[in-house]
Design a protein around this ligand. Structure first.
Ligand code: B12
Ligand code: SF4
Ligand code: SF4
Length: 329
């Protein structure tokens, strides 16, 4: 059938451009979309006001783009061979920058690949059409589409998890008017595990699969504008920018091999960095050293506030009880 051969061509081209996995989802909407509405109503988005704009459009992409007939979802791994945040020895002079922010900003990397990909699609007569791509910035629930494109299940830590590649990957989606065959959904394999829920330093999970962003370290150290409130400081521990704990303890990330994408390798001084090295950085050094880094989102002043907050903490918060760790075997 034409749609099937087009679907396999779309996947082959994705691999040739450098994406690690590609799947196809129907347009939806899906039952998961209604959860989003509940999440917004519950106030769990905090100050991320953009998430509550045009909720109907976010939940039904056809409302704004009636031509969409399928959704192509692309995953790119960013795991490197470096130890996890739960494995490094406690050292009060050092902080933690989330793994996803060690290298070049994934928005830039993926957008470059997406441009090349769409150009390649349009070179094939049967694949020409409307192809609109998104990495984060669009009103699209990327994890939900990834789930329905057979790229993994949404775990209790709310991350998309692939049975062989775990969760250290970025997602991108393309809305297309091509007629394509959807992939099969991978069933949830979290089972009775609760490691992520137990290990979260700030108790950000209201219940399994439900995250209150207002309690997430990633939210406090990246998304919100001002200084970290005193009452959050101890729980945030050594985290300067983002947090990896609920992924680092997940058994599905235990044996994941490195990505091979050199742009996601840590820049000098960003893996388990010395706090004083970062705190003494001038604005000029911040701009040059962190050019095209996701850390720039926090801006120089915000980054210094984060470091200051980590320096003021008293607890050994990156220590996680051995039974809650997920040690490489
Ligand atoms: C807003 C946002 C955040 C917020 C909110 C996080 C979140 N879980 O949604 C904050 C700032 C906290 C955040 C943090 C991080 N993020 Co973020 N984020 C986004 C963004 C822009 C939107 C996500 C969204 O719409 N969330 C809204 C809520 C409702 O979604 P949800 O929690 O997944 O809810 C679903 C389920 O939980 C379920 N559900 C909800 N309630 C209930 C209740 C019950 C009972 C049940 C059964 C189910 C259920 O239904 C919901 C809809 O499917 C996406 C990009 C995009 N456009 O999709 C990236 C994205 C999700 N983030 C990503 C990443 C990498 C991260 C971090 C790892 C970064 C870091 N290291 O600091 C952390 C991980 C924290 C975590 N455990 O989620 C990746 C995830 C890749 C992957 N493998 O899953 C994405 C897809 C970006 C990308 N393009 O790659 N992020
Ligand atoms: S990223 Fe960190 S703070 Fe946020 S839910 Fe996961 S473990 Fe908790
Ligand atoms: S740690 Fe366990 S419960 Fe949490 S996402 Fe991983 S497998 Fe699921």
């Amino acid at each position: 059938m034409l749609s099937e051969s087009n679907s396999s061509k779309v996947k082959q081209i994705a691999q040739s451009v450098g994406f690690h996995r590609c799947g196809i989802a129907p347009v939806g909407p899906f039952p998961d979309h209604e959860r989003f509405r509940e999440w917004i109503r519950g106030g769990y988005a905090g100050e991320m006001a953009y998430l509550s704009k045009d909720v109907d459009g976010r939940l039904d992409v056809k409302k704004r783009r009636e031509w969409v007939r399928a959704v192509i979802v692309l995953a790119t791994d960013y795991h490197t061979q470096h130890p996890k945040s739960t494995e490094v020895p406690h050292d009060p002079t050092k902080g933690w920058i989330s793994r996803y922010a060690w290298g070049t900003d994934y928005h830039d990397v993926l957008e470059g690949m997406l441009k090349a990909y769409v150009n390649r699609l349009n070179e094939v007569p049967s694949l020409q059409g409307n192809h609109r791509y998104y990495v984060d910035h669009g009103p699209i629930l990327e994890k939900v589409y990834a789930k329905y494109a057979g790229l993994g299940w949404i775990g209790k830590n709310t991350m998309l998890i692939h049975p062989k590649r775990g969760s250290y990957h970025f997602l991108a989606v393309i809305l297309t008017d091509l007629e394509l065959t959807a992939d099969e959904v991978i069933p949830d394999r979290c089972g009775s595990c609760t490691r992520c829920l137990d290990a979260c330093p700030t108790d950000a999970f209201v219940q399994p699969y439900l995250l209150d962003a207002r309690r997430c370290i990633s939210y406090w150290t990246i998304e919100q504008k001002g200084a970290i409130p005193d009452e959050m400081r101890e729980a945030i521990g050594f985290h300067i920018f983002g947090c990896d704990v609920c992924q680092d303890v997940c058994p599905w990330n235990r044996k994941v091999s490195p990505t091979g994408v050199s742009m996601f390798e840590p820049r000098p001084g960003l893996f388990h960095p010395r706090l004083d090295d970062l705190a003494t950085m001038t604005e000029e050094t911040f701009r040059t050293k962190l050019a095209k880094s996701p850390i720039k989102r926090r801006k120089y002043a915000g980054f210094l506030l984060n470091i200051e907050s980590v320096k003021k903490r008293r607890t050994k918060i990156n220590w996680i009880a051995p039974e809650k760790r997920c040690i490489q075997q």
